[in-house]
Design a protein around this ligand. Structure first.
Ligand code: CTP
Ligand code: CA
Length: 226
């Protein structure tokens, strides 16, 4: 593998990365979300920038600073994420990486006023959110597309199924049931699948995993371009 910054397949390439959680409003003061920290996506954005790419990071609400030289476009909901990611891809994109932990469902209606408690039980009606990754990968002008899959069981089967169903070039699987790894952690261990192969890396810091992942993605991108 070539070192970042040494004229790799990523030099001058336009990269769009989604990161962080989404927030789906229930009423003016409440929302549905998840524990995603955004660390993996931000680390990948830094690594891609260090490798000479132009990087747009479409990010849900996180507490991380913008990586140097990376343009961060903040979003809240899954619908916002699809809109902003599509716009960023429209501007020109060679490589799309989806690390965001997008809420699969949103409340059917957001109440205009704060919901008051009344009965002992209540239920919320939820509807499916759009899938940003599948939408981008399904475009006729689709860039090289990489997805992430956070799984707690049958990691290889679910990850390779997702890769095929969403028409991805690669998928990065992590087992979020492993203690101290993945979601909201500084460390990660992943297995990368592509049609015809796979490679595992870690456990290691998300920074190191991100550097090695970007190098690996760059190699595959280079092969497609050749
Ligand atoms: N993803 C997305 N938009 C969604 C849901 C998922 O862009 N609405 C992307 C994620 O960023 C990730 C990949 O799709 O790169 C897989 O997400 P994951 O939640 O593991 O898969 P789902 O397809 O949502 O399936 P499920 O949650 O049922 O396992
Ligand atoms: Ca999901």
């Amino acid at each position: 593998l070539l070192d970042a910054g040494n004229g790799t397949a990523l030099t001058g390439k336009r990269v769009v990365i989604t990161a962080g959680p989404t927030r789906e409003p229930i009423d003016p003061v409440r929302y549905i979300s998840n524990h995603s920290s955004g660390k993996m996506g931000y680390a990948l954005a830094s690594a891609a920038r260090a490798a000479g790419a132009h990087v747009v990071l479409v990010s849900g609400p996180v507490t991380l600073p913008a990586p140097a030289g990376v343009e961060v476009r903040g979003v809240l909901t899954a619908q916002d994420m699809l809109r902003e990611a599509s716009r960023a891809v429209d501007e020109g994109c060679d490589l799309f990486i989806a690390t965001a932990a997008v809420a699969d469902y949103r409340p059917e209606n957001c109440a205009g006023d704060k919901i008051k408690k009344s009965s002992e039980a209540m239920s919320l009606s939820l509807v499916r959110n759009p899938d940003t990754l599948a939408t981008i990968a399904g475009r006729t002008d689709a860039p090289f597309t990489v997805g992430f899959a956070a799984e707690t069981a049958d990691v290889e089967r679910y990850a390779t199924e997702k890769m095929q169903r969403k028409k991805l070039n690669m998928i990065v699987a992590n087992d979020v049931s492993a203690p101290g790894l993945g979601f909201n952690s500084d460390n990660n261990a992943v297995t990368v699948f592509w049609p015809g192969g796979n490679e595992s890396m870690g456990p290691d810091s998300k920074t190191n995993i991100a550097r090695r992942l970007m190098a690996m993605i760059g190699d595959h991108l280079g092969e497609v371009a050749r």
